[in-house]
Design a protein around this ligand. Structure first.
Ligand code: GYE
Length: 317
């Protein structure tokens, strides 16, 4: 028979051991990324991965290759693995209701990063951290309005992002809202370039071939990668991007600053992809049961070609 004192000591030691095992168990995050479609996305992925490591969070990373079905599968597998928290950047806005209900039923909190979803029940996610895409579209259009202050008319071509994605929907909305102020500014062509360079180039080539007698004066691309692809198409058509056709885009990635330095891109609206550190802090707070804001936005600027040379060395993505 163990004496009662010894029994108590053993019990306490056991409890302490269990407690320290619990405390040192890393928080597990399942993260479903959109894909690797752009420079922005690459920087975003790098930020998430390095921030998880720095925060001591075990990351289960899944690349959806721009397909919603892959994302739904990834989220279901995170639920099955009983991760502590799920974070994801939704490829498109609609169609996540069912899988989000499954996460909720499993009591796994969900954080949206970068892109928003449309759901009838906002309690299906805890918080959303990302940029204000409508405002980015407005900023791009304000620059265009400025160019047309002298009263000239501008025919605009638009390269949209992924069909149904929050940034494509919102950047179009914000741009059109501000553009309305001047009826001489007309969008004469608009199509998706899926946020990639290759598709941006392909669609711009097609735009330039349309024979309706209308000359394109300005290109608005929903991201820098599509603008960079389109710039190539413009050059191959024997025109000067940045001069014959003004080019405005969104993201503010290094490639855009290089294009601005070369005089081929006129302006980029910043969209910060370095969300990793904020996301990890939010995840820790959420799992610890702390209250977090429903919406966390990111501060961003606008850069023109004349600032490119000075800004380039300072760019972090
Ligand atoms: O602008 C684009 C990327 O969701 C904000 O996705 C992001 C967008 C970004 O492919 O380059």
């Amino acid at each position: 028979m163990t004496p009662p004192v010894l029994r108590r000591a053993l019990l306490l030691a056991g409890l302490a051991l269990a407690y320290s095992a619990q405390a040192s168990k890393p928080l597990v995050m399942g993260f479903s990324q959109v894909g690797a479609e752009s420079e922005w996305r690459t920087a975003n992925t790098a930020s998430v991965k390095s921030a998880a490591q720095a925060a001591g969070i075990q990351l289960k990373f899944a690349d959806a290759q721009q397909k919603q079905e892959n994302q739904v599968k990834a989220i279901r597998s995170f639920i099955a693995q009983k991760v502590d928290v799920i974070a994801f950047s939704p490829v498109v806005e609609s169609g996540f209701e069912t899988v989000l209900r499954e996460a909720k039923a499993a009591k796994i909190p969900v954080i949206l990063t970068d892109r928003a979803v449309k759901v009838s029940d906002p309690s299906l996610y805890v918080t959303f951290i990302g940029s204000d895409f409508v405002e980015e579209g407005r900023k791009a259009a304000r620059w265009v309005l400025d160019q047309a202050k002298d009263g000239r008319a501008l025919n605009i071509a638009e390269l949209q992002g992924t069909v149904g994605s929050a940034p494509a929907i919102d950047r179009k909305k914000g741009f059109e809202e501000v553009l309305k102020a001047n009826t001489k500014l007309q969008i004469i062509r608009s199509q998706s370039g899926e946020f990639t360079r290759a598709k941006g180039k392909e669609v711009m080539e097609a735009f330039l071939k349309v024979k309706d007698g209308k000359k394109i004066d300005l290109l608005y691309a929903h991201n820098d990668d599509m603008a960079i692809g389109a710039i190539q198409a413009i050059e191959e058509a024997g025109l000067k991007p940045g001069k014959d056709i003004l080019v405005v885009s969104i993201d503010g990635v290094r490639g855009a600053f290089e294009a601005m330095k070369a005089g081929k891109l006129n302006v980029t609206v910043e969209c910060n992809p370095l969300l990793g550190p904020q996301l990890m802090q939010l995840a820790k707070d959420v799992v610890a049961g702390k209250a977090v804001p429903k919406r966390v936005t990111v501060e961003e600027g606008v850069y023109t070609a004349d600032q490119a040379a000075a800004e380039l060395p300072k760019r972090k993505y």
